[in-house]
Design a protein around this ligand. Structure first.
Ligand SMILES: C[S@@+](CC[C@H](N)C(=O)[O-])C[C@H]1O[C@@H](n2cnc3c(N)ncnc32)[C@H](O)[C@@H]1O
Length: 363
């Protein structure tokens, strides 16, 4: 976590965004995170709003949140911010002045400004307003000395419009927060990829792996296995980067995927098939019970059949957090004696009733 969190900023709590319908899970995660850091407060989350808030009993220096303000930690958070003001009754004819006053009252300077809304159909109607209002609000904040775009080491100011008259002001350090507005990476569907689920693996690569890990592991010439590959969206992601892919599925692979010349298609059962020699990647998108997938992936990693894996865990509608915790426990049981490992689990923008995970032994 960053040591660059502004010590002088008084923070009221955590503000996090999620897919609508996942507010309860996100709130429970924020509550647990805050409790693990010894904070006292409560969570607020209304179903269908696309965000959750943790409010500390008293405002605390930002450094009190140092160990928990990393957006990668909560599975269901698309973004995680430190909020310091909640402004209601914004007047329609002059929203800038009360926002400027609240930012000035924080005594914190910011290096960049992001205006956003939760990801709901209702709130999306305000995205045009956010675009139009960015330049005038930036000017107002710059004139007040609160926004210094030349100072990139300063935190980013997020203004989240919950409604036309209500906004949350929050701070984030770039290295600890999602780099995309609203926490949503806007990925273009690549020509030649056979299914939209190709975007899920692409998002997983940029969300779950570091730049270094991408460079090391997505090199041309390396080998990968895709379990449950049909019609081939994930296989295409790997093949288009020059990896040789064994695609395991009884279903067909699209012609565009086979045309890459990088793919061998095997009609076999993904649960029992094993590669003749170790591969860099095993990816898995089979629709099955999450605990079965977790056990399979952990076994491939433990026995050295692959170095790393990205896999999808389909969640039950209820008790989603329990399902994720059960998978974590299963993986831990299998790998604890093998060595330290990295397990990163995220509810990606392209995930619906599922989460995507990365697993590798640490070297
Ligand atoms: C969600 S789809 C995969 C989509 C794929 N990732 C893509 O991007 O095009 C799930 C696939 O898993 C396959 N599948 C399910 N159980 C399997 C098993 N035991 N062995 C191999 N494939 C399996 C299904 O045939 C189906 O094609």
């Amino acid at each position: 976590m960053s040591s660059a969190l502004p010590a002088g900023l008084l923070v009221s709590g955590l503000l996090a965004y999620c897919r609508t319908g996942f507010e309860k899970e996100l709130a429970a995660e924020l509550d647990e995170l805050a409790a693990s850091a010894g904070l006292i407060g409560h969570v607020r989350a209304k179903p269908g709003t696309g965000f959750a808030v943790y409010q500390s009993l008293e405002a605390l220096p930002a450094t009190a949140f140092e160990d928990l303000a990393d957006w990668r930690r909560p599975v269901f958070a698309r973004q995680l911010l430190l909020w310091f003001a909640h402004i209601t009754d914004l007047p329609e004819r002059d929203r800038a002045s009360p926002l400027r006053d609240a930012v000035k009252a924080s005594r914190q300077r910011f290096g960049a400004l992001v205006l956003e809304t939760p990801d709901t159909d209702e709130a999306k109607q305000r995205s045009g307003f956010c675009r139009r209002f960015t330049a005038p609000l930036s000017r107002t904040l710059e004139q007040a000395g609160a926004l210094r775009p030349d100072q990139t080491d300063l935190p980013v100011l997020h203004v989240m419009f919950e409604s036309a008259t209500t906004a949350w002001l929050a701070a984030a350090m770039p290295q600890d927060s999602s780099p995309w507005p609203m926490g949503i990476p806007r990925l273009r569907m690549p020509g030649g990829a056979p299914s939209r689920s190709t975007l899920k693996l692409s998002e997983a690569f940029i969300t779950l792996l570091s730049e270094d890990e991408r460079q090391t592991s997505l090199r041309a010439g390396l080998r990968a296995v895709d379990l449950g590959a049909s019609p081939g969206g994930w296989t295409w992601q790997l093949a288009s980067r020059g990896l040789h892919v064994t695609a395991v599925d009884n279903g067909p692979l699209s012609a565009s995927v086979m045309a890459t010349g990088m793919v061998e298609h095997l009609r076999a059962d993904g649960f029992t098939w094993r590669p003749p020699r170790a591969v860099e990647w095993m990816v898995c998108d089979m629709v099955e019970q999450p605990s079965r997938i977790a056990a399979l992936v952990a076994d491939w990693i433990a026995t050295g059949r692959c170095r790393r894996s990205i896999f999808n865990l389909k969640l039950p509608m209820k008790r989603r957090l329990d399902a994720v915790a059960q998978c974590r426990a299963l993986i831990h049981k299998r790998l604890a004696s093998v060595g330290p490992y990295d397990l990163r689990i995220k509810h990606l923008y392209h995930d619906r009733e599922e989460v995507t995970a990365y697993l590798a032994l640490r070297r």
